[in-house]
Design a protein around this ligand. Structure first.
Ligand code: BT5
Length: 324
């Protein structure tokens, strides 16, 4: 694609001028065609300076999702080896599932700037306005079905670590897969298995993070927050995506090497509500007890009046919410 080729030329030595003539010769297109593409790139958020007789210079890349910028920031070997990015999709998980059925390889990543029908667990709605990170990865790890379910735990740890590295911000994990800051949800994960039990296991790992938009963009009933709300500024979504994928790849490899106990420890260190009284809601059923941690399979351990109990599904209500 011409636009990507121009970026490639300008990006090899950013902040240096590349003459229109050189670009035109190397890409075998007219200078007018280059000028048109440069205008398009500016509209996409690239800051490119053009000086007559000198050429063009790439000063800044956009914070919004852009395939070229994201690829440039990737340090992974497999995750993100193929990227599909569109302005709007129904749901990146739905698209990733379709692609997996058509044979998408391990590590393919699907992103959308807006989702018109984002989904949470149990078909719940996931609000996905512009400015968020809405991303799904197709994973075909070397794991059994039971162990593949641990990848959702791994994704929570990866998001916490990315926030720590990029923003020195400590967010916590609320079992099973909510990421929260000051009791408000900032990100969620949706893991879905594709294909038949027994066949090669494919997992779609959907990650939704509220990033560059104010809290008001979400419905008022949600107990939610956004990174913009916390930092008071926008961040580069491409760097965030690349950093989450970096930590996710590290966790996937560790799981394939059977480092389950390490993952359990990492997850527990980042969990909120540990040692506190919590309520577990499963449909009509409510259980009260002390949150003791998770089992090697990711089930929640609750110390109740009737002894220790394990929960593999449900919603957690933390103590400060119980007393409300
Ligand atoms: C989740 O479900 O938290 C999983 C969210 C996964 C979203 C990603 S985005 C990329 C990929 N494509 C998709 O279609 N999905 C994935 P759950 O734990 O069931 O939480 C859902 C609940 O969170 C909803 O019922 C709301 O109460 C709340 N919620 C909805 N949108 C939210 C948002 N943007 N921020 C915080 N909370 C939200």
């Amino acid at each position: 694609m011409l636009r990507q080729d121009i970026l490639q030329l300008l990006g090899t030595d950013p902040e240096k001028y590349v003459s229109g003539e050189r670009i035109s010769q190397q890409l075998n297109v007219t200078r007018a065609a280059i000028w048109k593409q440069i205008q398009g790139l500016k509209e996409e958020g690239f800051k490119i300076e053009g000086q007559t007789k000198i050429g063009y210079c790439l000063l800044k890349t956009p914070f919004s999702l852009n395939e070229w910028v994201l690829k440039k920031g990737l340090t992974t070997t497999l995750l993100g080896s193929k990227i599909i990015l569109e302005d709007e999709m129904e749901s990146t998980n739905v698209r990733a599932k379709e692609l997996a059925r058509q044979g998408a390889l391990h590590g393919q990543v699907v992103l959308a700037r807006v989702q018109s029908s984002g989904r949470g667990r149990l078909q719940r709605q996931w609000e996905s306005p512009r400015g968020g990170l809405w991303m799904s990865a197709v994973l075909r790890p070397n794991l059994s079905l039971a162990d593949a379910s641990k990848l959702t735990l791994a994704a929570s740890v990866a998001i916490v670590d990315a926030f720590e590295e990029l923003f020195s911000l400590h967010i916590g994990i609320k079992w099973p897969n909510d990421l929260i800051f000051n009791g408000l949800k900032i990100a969620g994960i949706l893991g879905e298995v594709v294909g038949e039990w027994n066949a090669v296991q494919t997992l779609i790992l959907g990650i939704g993070i509220n990033v560059n938009f104010p809290r008001e963009r979400l419905s008022p009933l949600l107990e939610a927050t956004t990174l913009f709300e916390i930092l008071g500024d926008e961040v580069d979504l491409n760097i965030l995506a690349a950093t989450v994928l970096k930590y996710l790849e590290k966790q996937v490899i560790a799981l394939e090497e059977k480092a389950f106990e390490e993952l359990r420890v990492c997850w527990t260190e980042r969990a909120v509500g540990l040692g506190e009284e919590v309520r577990i809601l499963r449909g009509e059923q409510v259980s009260l007890g002390i949150f003791k941690g998770i089992t090697i399979d990711g089930a929640l351990l609750l110390e109740t009046g009737d002894g220790e109990k394990e929960f593999s599904a449900g919603e957690v209500q933390l103590r400060y919410k119980i007393s409300k």
